[in-house]
Design a protein around this ligand. Structure first.
Ligand code: MN
Length: 571
């Protein structure tokens, strides 16, 4: 049978039926015999690792197929088992997932340089095809990070760097913010050993000193809610994660006294109405700090995060942060995309993969997947660099609003041009101006959170080269570039026909044609004929010329030649 710790985790799930259980048992048996004589750096039997991965996936609420693939995730990479053997035993779906996980492990060796574009692309391809691959990869990485101490020193830093720079942001992006923070915190001591020791001490002292205060606030808060008859499920103190504390400290000159949310109180309530009622009660009791009220319920973060945040001058005027949310929001914030899977098990999987109408998937989930697909498409054009991908994946995001109230997710520093291309490539191409919050702005103005943006378009307008200087998203940039390239494409260009009468002499034709070539203009055809009984020759030139300005310029240059008698052109 299966080991106790996995059995315990499975028992806590009420939606694992007998058939699912059998599959998991089979996967366990197969994996444990495949890894039989293998050991981890820690000296443990190798099979302990896939078991822990399966337990993590079980706790995330994922289906039996994903849990089984988790048990099997290292058999292709680390044992003599082949993909066809695995497929024969467990079918193509598990085979595909395990194979994808293996490819990521093999090819993703991140050290922050450009040559890794191809491997990252593979990883993203796998994610785009089946998001369960990334769940397993995250669970795998989580367990590897928990046991990183046993790994040789020379490898530790590289693994921690990869975790911090690639896996944590990916987890965050698919709404698994808590897992992202776990991964960052686990990497932190390996990347910043001194700061880690210092901050661990700071947090410990703060927590010891602050415990009494938190108790007081906790007590007063529950009395307040009771007195106003607002029901709540729980009030918990949550201390700031060490890696997020470090990020904040870097912004405030490493001064711990500047950080007001070392401890925050998290209130879980039954309904959305209770969330706002609680917020009102808090603000009635204690004045809020300006600019610190965040309504992520009305405007969820791009990764789906929902909650109300506020910081108030609490007991003894001490700035204290509160986070208010429903139980459902809390669950989603913890597990992100995995939470959606928890509700919709294997039955719907097939639809999902085939890209049919997906009734269960939230729009935000589809958006993320579409965005991943979009990156992947752009990669094949060779237009995206690792840098731009990293920026998009990992950069801070803002959200702005269309006139019809749709929320658009953009990287920080985006401009109306990025917004326009995010709505539709035609809107981008035809953009001539923008209104932000009902005021006309220039196209290079940086957008900020909550801006209402309206794009003004004009038919047949084309992108301007200068846009490339301030467009931020790779989507806008690649679209502008390709539109500009289309304009230069000879197969669709406009042709100008020149009729020139010049004095006939040796080398006159090359004198004239060189005017075109010096201006990098492609000549399609040249024809010349002496005009009988005169000292003139008639030259006809057909050339690729796109604008009237260029045509005029060439006309002028030809006229400048002292042998020119007459020159005309027409498109
Ligand atoms: Mn593994």
């Amino acid at each position: 049978m299966i080991p106790n710790n996995l059995a315990t985790a499975l028992n806590q799930r009420d939606n694992i039926d007998e058939q699912s259980f059998d599959l998991i048992v089979r996967a366990y048996k197969f994996a444990s015999s495949a890894h039989q004589d293998q050991f981890r750096y820690s000296g443990d039997q190798y099979i302990t690792h896939p078991i822990e991965v399966a337990i993590i996936l079980t706790n995330w609420g994922l289906d039996a197929l994903t849990i089984s693939a988790g048990l099997l995730h290292d058999v292709i990479e680390d044992t003599s088992c082949t993909l066809p053997e695995l497929e024969k035993e467990f079918g193509p779906e598990i085979g595909f997932i395990v194979d994808s996980v293996t490819k990521i492990s093999k090819r993703l060796r991140y050290s922050g340089n450009e040559s890794q574009v191809e491997t990252l692309k593979k990883m993203i391809l796998a994610i785009g095809k089946d998001v369960r691959v990334i769940f397993i990869k995250l669970a795998d990485r989580l367990h590897n990070m928990r046991t990183l101490d046993a790994v040789p020193l020379t490898k530790q830093r590289r693994i921690a760097l990869e975790t911090n720079d690639i896996y944590a942001p990916l987890a965050y992006r698919i709404g698994m913010a808590n897992i992202a923070s776990d991964l960052e915190d686990l990497s932190f001591p390996f990347l910043h050993p001194n700061e880690s020791r210092w901050l661990t001490k700071v947090m410990k002292e703060h927590f010891e000193q602050g415990e009494e205060y938190v108790q007081k606030v906790h007590h007063q808060m529950s009395e307040l809610l009771n007195s106003k008859a607002v029901s709540f499920i729980s009030i918990d103190a949550r201390s700031k994660r060490i890696s997020s504390l470090y990020k904040k400290l870097k912004r405030v000159g490493m001064d711990v006294n500047q950080v007001h949310d070392l401890t925050a109180l998290r209130i879980i309530v039954p309904t959305i109405a209770d969330c706002y009622a609680s917020l009102g009660i808090i603000h009635e009791a204690w004045p809020p700090l300006p600019g610190k009220i965040k309504d992520y319920i009305a405007l969820p973060k791009p990764n789906g995060y929902r909650s109300l945040h506020t910081t108030v001058f609490c007991i003894d005027q001490k700035p204290t942060e509160f986070q208010i949310r429903t139980k459902e929001m809390h669950q989603e914030n913890e597990f992100g995309l995995a939470a959606y899977w928890a509700y919709h098990k294997s039955k719907t999987t097939k639809n999902y993969q085939e890209g049919n109408k997906v009734s269960f998937a939230k729009q935000s989930e589809l958006d993320i997947l579409n965005q991943l697909k979009n990156w992947q498409d752009n990669f094949s054009d060779g237009q995206l660099t690792l840098q731009s991908l990293k920026e998009e994946l990992f950069m801070n995001r803002i959200f702005v609003i269309t006139p019809t109230g749709e929320v658009i997710d953009l990287p920080e520093g985006s401009t109306p041009i990025d917004f326009a291309y995010m709505i539709h490539s035609d809107i981008g191409d035809n953009c001539i101006g923008a209104r932000v919050n009902n005021k006309l702005v220039s196209l290079d103005q940086e957008l900020v959170d909550g801006d209402v943006v309206e794009i003004i378009t004009q038919k047949n307008k084309r992108p301007n080269k200068s846009w490339l200087q301030f467009a931020k998203t790779s989507k806008a940039k690649s679209r502008i570039r390709s539109a500009l390239r289309e304009e230069e494409d000879p197969t669709i260009s406009t042709r100008a026909r020149y009729k020139i009468i010049v004095i006939d002499q040796v080398g006159i034709i090359s004198q004239i044609t060189s005017i075109f070539s010096k201006n990098k203009i492609n000549i399609v055809a040249v024809h010349s004929q002496s005009i009988k009984g005169t000292r003139f020759v008639h030259i006809k030139i057909i050339a690729d010329i796109f604008t009237k300005d260029t045509a005029e310029k060439i006309l002028y240059k030809i006229r400048e030649n002292k042998n020119t008698h007459e020159v005309h052109y027409q498109f």
